[in-house]
Design a protein around this ligand. Structure first.
Ligand code: MG
Length: 386
């Protein structure tokens, strides 16, 4: 029986993974989260044999945790990395953001299966992660990439023409640039088909998320950027497609339910029965349309960062995180998000991704540059009252 370690255990992917692990009869060997709050303590109770780690623990809570859970506890990112490197585990990485990179590399270098929901690992550190992947096994959880992975099973890389990632288009699909300028936080947070955390929901509205996924697919499947395309598919039923050299297209369809790719990553190469809702294809329309690249410029910014390579994708990701935070706080408008990213990429001092330090340096610099770009935009707005 295999065992599983869940990083980002208190988040949406983490909790669904833990449910799946219980149903599949997998031993939970470790649970880790960013904070050492009640939620993580609850998981430590629920899985009494699991190690417990918090990357950024609340100092006042450490003593209480150690009282309750003794030497099962570990603190700091080192503890998460150590957990990821436990031999013989499936490591599910559901950490949010570039902070997931080191744990991804550690899991693979230890020869483990890395079930990857943390797309930023590949975006910011693609060359490092793919090098480490040679020692272990990398299975994507991101729904589009799980779909591509499944479509590619049994196929030869040389016969693949292009990858087609589907995008729901988010809540603002069909709106032009003028209408987007006044888009508010609440509308941006109401995703039509998937329920997710706030950053990824805003990233879906700007298409930044799709841009990150294009970069993720490039590294994961080793195809150049001109052979990774995006098509809008509002129903989120076709999760992605692969076109082959003979003109055939394979598509992966299913309910918009993350439990399916999570379970696939845990049971691969097998499939386990699941009690997910089934849909009736006779009552479903499947439609596809091109991306409005003018209204959603973030997608082409992601392609540019991906093609530029080196630390540019890390800068893209960090600039977006900072811009989304400012948008959620009401400091900048919706269209300022791609505006800030563009400014940061323009001024970024690109280096090769030769180490995690290079990635984290780029991340810090891009965040600082994004902060300045946000401040400039706020000052500009005060000077031109509307
Ligand atoms: Mg996705």
């Amino acid at each position: 029986m295999r065992s599983v370690v869940v990083l980002g255990a208190t988040g949406s992917i983490g909790l669904q993974t833990l449910d799946a692990a219980e149903r599949l009869g997998l031993e939970v060997e470790g649970v880790a989260a960013r904070r050492s709050g009640e939620e993580l303590a609850g998981l430590a109770d629920r899985f009494p044999r699991a190690k417990v780690a918090a990357a950024d623990p609340d100092p006042s809570g450490i003593a209480l945790y150690e009282d309750l859970f003794g030497d099962r506890c570990g603190w700091g990112m080192e503890a998460l990395v150590e957990m990821a490197a436990r031999p013989g585990c499936i490591v599910v990485n559901g950490i949010v953001g570039a902070a997931g990179l080191e744990a991804s590399i550690a899991a693979l270098e230890a020869g483990n299966r890395l079930a990857l929901a943390n797309k930023e690992s590949l975006v910011v550190g693609g060359p490092l992660v793919m090098e480490a992947a040679g020692h272990g096994e990398l299975i994507p959880i991101d729904s589009e990439h799980s779909a591509l992975f499944q479509c590619l099973r049994g196929e030869q890389a040389s016969e693949v023409e292009r990858l087609l990632l589907t995008a729901s288009g988010g809540p603002f699909r069909g709106r032009g640039t003028d209408a987007l300028a006044g888009a508010g936080v609440e509308e941006a947070l109401s995703h039509p088909t998937w329920r997710m955390g706030p950053r990824i929901t805003i990233d879906s509205a700007t298409l930044v998320n799709k841009g990150l996924e294009v970069i993720e697919a490039h590294f994961l499947f080793g195809l150049p950027f001109d052979r990774v395309d995006v098509v809008i598919h509002p129903q989120s039923i076709v999760h992605s497609m692969v076109e082959f050299v003979d003109g055939s297209i394979k598509a992966h369809l299913g309910p918009a339910d993350m439990r399916i790719p999570i379970r696939y990553a845990l049971t691969y190469p097998d499939r386990a029965e699941a009690d997910v809702p089934r849909f009736d294809l006779t009552r479903t329309d499947l439609t596809f349309e091109p991306v409005d690249r003018e209204a959603f410029p973030a997608l082409d910014l992601a392609y540019a960062a991906g093609r530029g390579g080196g630390t540019l994708p890390a800068a893209f990701n960090a600039a977006d995180e900072a811009a989304v935070e400012a948008f959620l706080a009401g400091r900048i408008g919706f269209l300022d998000i791609p505006g800030v990213i563009a400014e940061v990429l323009e001024s970024h001092d690109r280096t090769e991704v030769t180490s995690t330090e290079a990635v984290f340096r780029a991340d810090r610099e891009a965040r600082a540059a994004a902060g300045e770009a946000v401040a400039r935009r706020m000052r500009g707005r005060k000077m031109t009252p509307s």
